[in-house]
Design a protein around this ligand. Sequence first.
Ligand code: ADP
Length: 170
Amino acid sequence: MTDVSIECVQGDIANQPDIDAIVNAANARLMPGSGVAGAIHSAAGPGLAEECRKLAPIEPGQAVISGAHDLPNRHVIHCLGPVYGEDEPSDQLLADCYRNALSLADAEGLESIAFPAISTGVFGYPLEEATRVAVSVIREAGPGLAHVQRVRLVAFSEKDLEAFRSALGQ
Ligand code: ADP
């Protein structure tokens, strides 16, 4: 049992060199796309898509782990967030993403993990609600984790950072 610290920063999820695992807001086929998946695949190089082919497809709420290829991290954890208003119950499926990603990182013995705001881009999940789900799941899961000690929430814009801060009560 560890005391998990949660921090938030504004930045690019594909540029978090001091973190063991970064989380991809993936599509079901785990292929490069727009937003987070585009940034991660272009920084990781074609080897990531190659490896992902064997892990796909995944379901909403599911998470799978791969190598990080040319990224400066040890692993990428790919989560398929719910499409808001379509994959229901979306709050539970979004919570599953965070919970499953944390379990995979912990099972791998990793100490740090960084998340983008899963589902809040093309999948349309309202940002404030999504950040509240993220923070409450991480706080709930923290005491049950053996290895993960540090969770970073990576906000793309200033506005996203404000939402993360407010969900953290900062
Ligand atoms: P989803 O399909 O799960 O909605 P997106 O990749 O479209 O995923 O977006 C998820 C969130 O990540 C959005 O808030 C978006 O602004 C943000 N985002 C986009 N690119 C990056 C990046 N390079 N690093 C961190 N966050 C990003």
